[in-house]
Ligand binder design. Structure first.
Ligand code: NI
Length: 169
């Protein structure tokens, strides 16, 4: 397995729209394993292929505390969404930044699993938030896009400052 490089906001490649996956191959399963390893190592609770610069419709999620609930969603589609919930979110592509985002409270998602078999799952709470966040990545969308223009401006300034500090350190 391998740890993959995670793209960081405001990298323009994070804006790429992911393409559907035609066939679930051994090569793809290897990539899924790498994505899980990268996510756990970060550590994070979700990772979209977009974030490692592979523009295919694939995300991995595990919101458990002991790596016991790994979910892989290939070509995921939200088939049902209801309610509203505001939750503080972060993102491996936007390190050390957290903000409140409003999402659907309950969702249903249809996808293929790592064997290429279709499944549908209901999610709520953190699991639902995480799935919606990851699916946004596949559309080239980031959680910071939901923030006010002023907050986005401040975030970009903060990143610029951090980048400069790292460059001179
Ligand atoms: Ni993210």
């Amino acid at each position: 397995m391998a740890i993959l490089d995670i793209l960081r906001f405001p990298d323009a490649r994070l804006r790429t729209k992911a393409k559907p996956i035609d066939e679930v191959t051994d090569e793809l399963r290897q990539f899924i394993d790498d994505m899980f390893e990268t996510m756990y190592e970060a550590p994070g609770i979700g990772l979209a292929a977009t974030q490692v610069n592979i523009h295919k419709q694939l995300v991995v999620v595990d919101v458990s505390e002991d790596k016991s609930e790994p979910y892989c969603f290939i070509n995921p589609v939200i088939t049902h969404a209801e309610g509203e919930d505001v939750c503080q979110e972060g993102c491996l592509s936007v390190p050390e930044y957290y903000a409140d985002v409003s999402r659907a409270e309950n969702i249903k998602v249809k996808a293929l699993d790592r064997d290429g078999k279709e499944f549908e799952i209901e999610a709520d709470g953190l699991f639902a938030v995480c799935i919606q966040h990851e699916l946004d990545h596949l559309k080239g969308k980031l959680f910071v896009d939901y923030l006010s223009p002023l907050k986005q401006k401040r975030l970009l300034k903060k990143i610029e400052k951090l980048t400069k500090q790292n460059a001179t350190a």
